[in-house]
Design a protein. Sequence first.
Length: 213
Amino acid sequence: MHATQKPRHDDPLDVETFARPEQQRRYIAAMHRIAAERRTGDTVRVYVSAAPKTTNDANWQRWLKRITEDLPDGIELLHYGSAFEGRPYAWDTLVDQLDGLVVIGRPKRLGSRVHVLGPVARLELRSLVAQKPVLLFTHNLGLVPVVDCKSQVMAPPEAPRLKLIAPKRWSRDSATLQAALDALRPADHNGQATEAHPDTAGHLAAPFAAPSR
């Protein structure tokens, strides 16, 4: 596991992760429990949350292709157009069918590690971040678990946005990313299905909560 390290040159962003070691341990344990509960034949659905400006960009299909390549094989990838097909936006009816979320924010500049999510994406993230794998898509780093990012709520208060900052020394070999990808891997692609532990709930309500004493 990549533990949080002291920043270099007094740069608070120059770390491998913004998560505390205990947060990382709880996150990885939660992802392992989700993976253990996956059964052969279960469909794994991941929603890509992106603003209309992003989905209308000429690079949209290329970005979707890259996200698909970065995720495990066999996942059903959804986004606004494919999930709602012109119907009214109804996130509450979709969210319980999802196994994970990839958010695409507006980068501060080309190649930046700072990404801003709009009000809708922020709410979509909040509805899943404490239960399922939630990943930030960055053009230069690939997929980064949100647990490893620094977050900051932004104005306006009536429709707050969310700033996510990926760690400067982020590594794709990070234990949190590997655990998140394992949690999203269909059982058919694991080589075998693992039975759930009898004391593990079907859907984890709060995998990042402090363990009971």
